[in-house]
Every structure is written in C-alpha cells, then in structure tokens.
Design a protein around this ligand. Structure first.
Ligand code: 13P
Ligand code: SF4
Length: 301
C-alpha cells in the first residue's frame, strides 16, 4: 500500500479528520479533508464530529483547535512546527498598555500563544481583523503581535487609535518593495496580491490585500491572467487546482515557511499510527484563552 492509502485507512479506522493550512506542502494538502486559511480551519475544528483532529500546520493552529474543541484529541505531525511571531508580544506590555488606556481592547492575531490570548479581549485572523476591530465599541485598540497586520487594519479604520506591537512574520517581511518593483518590471501585466503580514512599503504596491483564502479567491475570480504573489508559495497549489489557466510568479524566490514545511506525509502517518504529539492545554489556560477565540467566531459571523 502507498503512504496515502495507509493514511486513508488509518483515518477511517480511527475516525480522524485531517486539516491542513495552505502553506504546507502540496502532497500534504492533497491528503487533507479540509485545506484553508486560519479562520476557516478554526471554524472547521469546532464543527467536526471526528474523534481525532490531525492538524497539518503550526502550533498555534493545533492549540486553538484543542481549545475550541476540548473533547477532541488533536495531534500535530511535527511538535516543533511553531510560528515565531506567536511569541512576539509580552504580557507585561499588555498590562502596561491597559493601565495607560482605560478603554483599550486587546486584539490578538490568532498567530499567538494561548498565554497571550488569555490577556486579550478578542482574537482575529487576517480574513476578519478589519470587520471585528471596526465593530468593537472601543476607540483604543492594542493590536498584538503583528505590527504589519495591525497597521493594515489601522489604515482601513482611521477612526480607531490602533497601538502597534513590534512583532512580525520573519518570512513575509523578507519581501521588499524593491523586489516588487523588479517583479513588476518583469511582468508588467501581472496584478500583485499580497498578505497583510507584508510590510507597509510592499502593501502600497498591492492590487489586492487579503488572507491566503482571500488571495486564492481574488486570483481565481479576477479577469486578469497573471499574478505576482506576495505570500508563502504554498497557496500556489490551490490556485493551480481551481484556476489552472492563471500564471503565477513569486516576488521572492523560494518563499516558504520553514515551520509549515516540516509537515510531511510520513509524519502524518506516524501520528495517526502511534498517536504521538498530542496537544494538551492546561485547563485554566484553555478556559481563559477560549473566550477571545469564541468571541472572534461570534463577531466574524
Ligand atoms: P491566513 O490566516 O491568511 O491563512 O494566514 C496564516 C499565516 O500564518 C500567515 O502567515
Ligand atoms: Fe508564522 Fe509567518 Fe509561518 Fe505564518 S508564514 S506561520 S506568520 S512564520
């Protein structure tokens, strides 16, 4: 039997579901039951009736799935796959900002540790951040951990006072405005679609800014034929599948997330077989971090 057949057999036997983010390798996306952006995957995690969730993504994704659905067993194919940005805010600074601004709402990008979520009023993802922040009654917003997504939200909502934190995605900030200019010179007819984790200078050149799903939908539904993609090139797999006629170019060669890249078919099979790398979240931590996550699901409706 092939490895994909072994995975399918074990998945059925154990009533498991496989969720995968668009940044994991194409062959891993192929064996997943659901592939999507962070928001879509967190919604799926609350709805599944499988007993086991295998989360092909990074730690905050598996952790959020477990927090949102504590009765399920959640497994990570690689326990070391972590998003560095998830740690780029501090509880001390949150406490300080809360003292300085009485009415402040702490808005936490889902790319964050469970501990940071416990200090937050609401979580957001790149697909719903503008909508959720807009509808909060608070004028002052402390946006953690991503300064680039925070700045993007601030630009859309000039009536809010958005206080930025100094965190960022090490991969997306490697894309520079110079690279975009050069890529545009090479492909003058291409539209540029970028993730809001890119820097402000890069986003200034974008024809479209959105989450991974947003970028995929934009490319698939646009009348243009050529696109420069300003995010991790894992999104190419889905675009090739649903819009094979589109021509895609990376702005920066080899735009990968090395943590997402750690997920392999062999590791998916191993966790299904041996039930290793199970996600456990301390009860108190889970209870406190569930509130901003469920508030996100409510407010994003
Ligand atoms: P999306 O929610 O757009 O899929 O983004 C997740 C992520 O980690 C981006 O770097
Ligand atoms: Fe984290 Fe960046 Fe990887 Fe997304 S692409 S998981 S933000 S390191």
């Amino acid at each position: 039997m092939s490895i994909t057949e072994d995975i399918a057999t074990l998945k059925k036997e154990k009533n498991a579901v496989i969720l995968a983010h668009y940044y994991v390798d194409e062959e891993v996306q192929h064996i997943a039951d659901y592939v999507g952006d962070s928001f879509y995957l967190s919604k799926i995690a609350t709805k599944t009736d499988a007993d086991i969730i295998v989360f092909c993504g990074v730690e905050f994704m598996g952790e959020s799935a477990k927090i949102l659905n504590p009765s399920k067993r959640v497994f990570m194919p690689d326990a070391s796959a972590d998003c560095p940005m998830a740690h780029m805010a501090s509880k001390e600074e949150i406490v300080r900002i809360k003292k300085e601004y009485e009415d402040v709402a702490v808005v936490c990008y889902i790319n964050s540790t469970a501990e940071l979520k416990t200090f937050s009023d609401v979580c957001v993802t790149s697909s719903n951040a503008v909508k959720i922040v807009k509808n909060l009654p608070n004028k002052n917003i402390y946006f953690i951990p991503d300064k680039n997504l925070g700045r993007y939200v601030a630009k859309q909502l000039p009536d809010k006072n958005i206080i930025l934190n100094d965190g960022c995605c090490p991969r997306h900030v490697e894309i520079t405005a110079d690279m975009v200019i050069k890529a545009k010179e090479k492909h003058p007819d291409a539209k540029f679609a970028a993730h809001p984790e890119c820097s402000e200078e890069v986003l200034d050149y974008a024809d479209y800014i959105g989450s991974t799903s947003g970028i995929i939908d934009y490319v698939a539904n646009s009348s243009s034929k050529e696109f420069l993609i300003g995010t991790v090139d894992g999104v190419f797999a889905e675009i090739k599948k649903i819009a094979p006629d589109k021509k895609l170019y990376t702005v920066k060669e080899g735009q990968i997330c090395e943590n997402m890249k750690k997920i392999t078919l062999e590791k998916v099979l191993k966790v299904l077989k041996d039930e290793t790398n199970e996600v456990f979240v301390d009860e108190e931590l889970a209870r406190k971090s569930m509130a901003p996550l469920t508030r996100m699901l409510e407010l994003a409706k």
